[in-house]
Design a protein around this ligand. Structure first.
Ligand code: FAD
Length: 395
C-alpha cells in the first residue's frame, strides 16, 4: 500500500506541505485536517482594516488542494499517539499515518497578561488570528467617534509576525486619516525597539504626522494589566491608559495539538531539526510554521511556506530511505505603511550543521532614503507576493 502522510492545519505551513508532498510524489496518500472550510489570512488583514481590501480577497478555500489529489477533512485534530502513529479527530475518526506534519500556528496564552482571557478578547480583540476577531476590531474602529484613541498593547518574546503590529498601526492611521482625522494611535510596546523601526517611523511622520505615538519598554510602554470592560491598560510603572478601541497583541505559544503531541519544550514552542523540520522530541512528526523555534527565521507566512516545502522534501526522502538534501529558506516580510508606501525586510537562512543561521549579506531592509517611486514599487511587490503565495498554497 502507498504511504500516508497526515497534515494538521490548512494554513500557510500545512497547506504548503500537503501540496508539495503530492507534487513530489504523486502516489502518496495525503490527508489535510483543517476545521475551517474557508481560511482567512493574517497577511493583508491589516489592509482589510484600512478598507483597502475586502474580506473575500483575503480568504481561500480548499478546492484547489482537493483538485491536486489531497484528501481534505474539515475537523479538528484532538490528539496524537506517536507510538501507535495515529491522530484522533473531533469527528471521532482515528487516522493512521506513516509520517505526520503539524502546522497549527499559534494559540493565545490566555491569562499570561493579567486580565486578558477569552472573555476579554470579545471586548478588546487581539485579531492575531484572522477571522471573527479581525471583523470585531474593524467594527469597533468603524463605531469609534472621530477624536478617539486607538490603543495597541504589544507583547515581547516570540510572537507571530514581528512587523505586524506596526503595519496594523499604519493601516489604522490610513483609515483614521480618511474618516476620523482627529483620532490618535498609541502603541504601548513591551520591547525597546521593533522590526523595521526607522522605516516605519519615517513613513508615519511623512504620511500621518503626529497621529501615531510609539512608547517602548524604556519609556514605560510595557502593559502588565488589562481591564477590557473599562478599556484601560496599566503599565509596569502603574500608568493607566484609556482607550476607545483597545487591541491586545498578547503572549503566544504553539497551537494546542503540538502540545498534545508532546513536541513542545518548556518555552511553549517546538524545537526542530533545522535540516528537515522534524520535531526534536518525536521521530516521524514534522512541525512547520509559527509553532516552531526557527530563529533567526521570523514567524511569517513566507517562512511557514518555505519550511513546508523543506519538510515535504525531507519526508519524501525519508520514506525512500534517503538522506535529506541540504535546505535553504528564504523570507521577505512586506509591510504597507500607506497605500503607495511599501517597505520590506528579507533574509536567506540555512542549516549550518548545528542550528539554523542567516546567510550573511543575502538579505536586508529597504533603503531609508528611497523615493516615492521606490516605495510605490515595494507596495506593488507586496501585492504580487500575496497573489503568488496564495496561488502556490491554495490555488
Ligand atoms: P496558520 O497560517 O495560522 O495556520 C494554522 C492552521 O491550523 C489554521 O488554519 C488552524 O485552523 C489550523 N489548526 C490549528 N489547530 C488545529 C488542529 N488541532 N486541527 C486541525 N487544524 C488546526 N506573514 C507574512 O509572511 N507576510 C505578512 O504580510 C504577514 N502579515 C501578518 C499580519 C498580521 C496582522 C498577522 C497576525 C500575521 C501576519 N503574518 C504575515 C504571519 C502569518 O500569518 C503567520 O506566520 C502564518 O500564518 C503561519 O503559518 P502557520 O501554518 O504556522 O499557521
Amino acid at each position: 500500500a502507498s504511504a500516508r502522510v497526515v497534515v494538521v492545519g490548512g494554513g500557510f505551513g500545512g497547506a504548503t506541505a500537503a501540496r508539495y508532498l503530492r507534487r513530489y510524489s504523486a502516489g502518496l496518500k495525503v490527508t489535510l485536517i483543517e476545521p475551517s472550510e474557508v481560511f482567512a489570512t493574517c497577511p493583508f488583514s491589516n489592509l482589510y482594516l484600512a478598507g483597502l481590501r475586502d474580506w473575500d480577497s483575503i480568504t481561500h478555500r480548499y478546492d484547489g488542494l482537493r483538485a491536486a489529489g489531497i484528501e481534505v477533512v474539515h475537523a479538528y485534530a484532538e490528539g496524537v499517539d506517536a507510538g501507535a502513529k495515529t491522530v484522533t479527530l473531533s469527528n471521532g475518526a482515528v487516522l493512521g499515518y506513516d509520517r505526520l506534519v503539524l502546522s497549527p500556528g499559534i494559540d493565545i496564552k490566555w491569562g499570561a497578561l493579567e486580565g486578558y482571557d477569552e472573555a476579554a478578547a470579545q471586548l478588546a480583540p487581539h485579531a492575531w488570528k484572522a477571522g471573527l476577531q479581525t471583523k470585531l476590531l474593524k467594527a469597533q474602529l468603524e463605531a469609534m467617534e472621530d477624536g478617539g484613541t486607538f490603543v495597541m498593547s504589544i507583547t515581547d518574546g516570540a510572537f507571530r509576525c514581528p512587523p505586524g503590529p506596526y503595519e496594523r498601526a499604519s493601516m489604522v492611521a490610513h483609515y483614521f486619516k480618511q474618516h476620523k482625522p482627529k483620532s490618535k494611535i498609541l502603541l504601548l510596546d513591551s520591547k525597546p525597539n521593533f522590526s523595521k523601526q526607522g522605516l516605519f517611523q519615517q513613513g508615519w511622520q511623512a504620511l500621518y504626522g503626529e497621529m501615531i505615538e510609539w512608547v517602548g519598554l524604556d519609556d514605560d510602554g510595557q502593559v502588565v494589566r488589562v481591564d477590557a470592560a473599562a478599556r484601560t491598560v496599566e503599565t509596569v510603572f502603574g500608568t493607566s491608559h484609556k482607550a476607545d478601541v483597545l487591541n491586545i497583541v498578547p503572549p503566544q505559544q504553539a497551537g494546542a495539538i503540538a502540545r498534545a503531541a508532546g513536541v513542545t519544550s518548556d518555552t511553549g514552542w517546538v524545537p526542530v531539526q533545522g535540516q528537515t523540520f522534524e520535531a526534536a522530541q518525536a521521530a516521524g512528526i514534522y512541525v512547520v510554521g509559527d509553532a516552531t523555534i526557527a530563529a533567526p527565521m521570523p514567524k511569517s507566512g513566507f517562512c511557514a511556506n518555505a519550511q513546508g516545502k523543506v519538510a515535504a522534501a525531507a519526508i519524501i526522502a525519508d520514506l525512500a530511505g534517503q538522506e535529506p538534501v541540504a535546505a535553504s529558506y528564504v523570507n521577505t516580510c512586506y509591510s504597507l505603511v500607506g497605500p503607495d508606501w511599501g517597505i520590506s525586510v528579507a533574509g536567506v537562512y540555512y542549516f549550518d550543521g548545528e542550528k539554523l543561521a542567516e546567510r550573511e549579506g543575502a538579505g536586508g531592509v529597504s533603503p531609508i532614503g528611497a523615493d516615492a517611486a521606490f516605495r510605490r514599487a515595494e507596495a506593488q511587490y507586496g501585492a504580487g507576493w500575496y497573489a503568488s503565495i496564495s496561488a502556490d498554497i491554495w490555488g
